[in-house]
Design a protein around this ligand. Sequence first.
Ligand code: FAD
Length: 449
Amino acid sequence: MGQPLATRVWRNWARTATATPQRVCHPRDLHELSADVRRAVADGLRVRAVGSGHSFTPVATTDGVHIRVDALDVLERVVSQADGSTHVTVGAGIRLGALNALLAERGLAMRNLGDIDKQTLAGAISTGTHGTGARLGGLATQVVGAELVTATGDVVQTSATQEPELFELARLGLGTVGVLGTVTLEVVPAYRLEAREEPWLLGDVLEQLDGPDGLVEANDHFEFYWFPHTDRTLTKRNNRVADDVELPLPRVRGWLEDEVIANGAFALANSIATLAPSLTRSVNDIATRTISRRRYTAPSASVFVSSRRVRFREMEYALPRDQVAPVLREIVSWIESSGELLPFPLEVRFAAADDLWLSTAHGRDTAYIAVHQYVRLPYARYFDAVERIVAQVDGRPHWGKMHWLEAERLAELYPRFADAQRVRAQADPDGVFSNPYLDRLLGSPRDAG
Ligand SMILES: Cc1cc2nc3c(=O)[nH]c(=O)nc-3n(C[C@H](O)[C@H](O)[C@H](O)COP(=O)(O)OP(=O)(O)OC[C@H]3O[C@@H](n4cnc5c(N)ncnc54)[C@H](O)[C@@H]3O)c2cc1C
């Protein structure tokens, strides 16, 4: 008998994608994962792996077999390397929060993280998830090995020296060359960060961004949020400090700002803006006036990660770093002249150039501009306008977030795009791991073969 409909229906966090696969699998190890893929292929069904559904697009959807990887979440091994670094191998379905806890217990940590920890490791690396830091890359740059089940059901080990081309798409390839079973990360000794959060005027931030002593270079992790219809931002400077530097955040104040202001009052502000759009400017004005200064130290993961309970839609573009100020000024001016009323802030982050084929920071020091819209408000006109502005500086869209680019344009933006298409076509000539969204994004593997 087939699985009941209720257990098969799936939708993503942002409520922008749904799927009703014919079958759902929950493999607990590589052996079961391989059997699930083989059976799908024998039944003529397509396969998509799905993590925690935190991508904003239909990238993980399928009408064939959904492989939900949550049960692949064990710590397999921790190996000290001759060069002093440490490699940790974990099940690819582990949530980042659980991974951070496992690492902390062993005196270890990820080199950098994004804003939340609900994603699976596989999902996060597959879409190029990143945090901020001028000298640091996204999560996939921390991957040194990956074990995946390919379209033939075989288990293949990949790394910079084993199947290096396949490794490129295993560590950042939207699940197009197989289903990840385990991932090996290079991790670092646990560290503490001093967090410094301050309200700044947007003009001051843009003026002080660049140069060797600028905000981006002079901080390990710098980011800021700009609130539309105001000239105010929230800046975040997180820097490594020695383990004995203790600057605790008073418990009540931390809770008040994180839970009541960042989530509770923010939810209220968005509801007001939805019911009475004309109040959006006043709401943003009041919201930005409540931002206060905070300074505290804590283990890295708890500084990076916050909770996001207000649901939204998001588009994020990677730009050459030196373009961020002019692009942001153009977006600000479009918002003011367009009449769009936007209760959600824009987020600006930074990353070092890397050489991963499909990394949004491939070959260039990068700034990210993320635009958000509350889940109950229209987003298309705003996102479309921002997409047209960033196109002028060859912006590259985040692989897990909303955008309207297709293969032809993406090929112009990524120097190794044709190589990625070739490797995908070799690994999966029949498009077992494809869906219509991916075919639009990357072309059909049958055409590239
Ligand atoms: C509230 C929120 C905050 C976010 N914050 C950030 C942020 O700070 N920085 C940032 O860069 N992004 C951020 N994102 C985006 C998010 O990190 C990515 O979309 C990420 O892919 C989500 O991981 P997931 O586990 O939900 O994967 P899913 O969305 O479920 O899947 C993503 C992709 O991974 C593939 N996949 C999943 N598991 C496997 C597997 N085992 N093998 C092969 N492929 C697999 C899927 O097929 C799909 O292509 C955020 C998203 C939300 C909703």
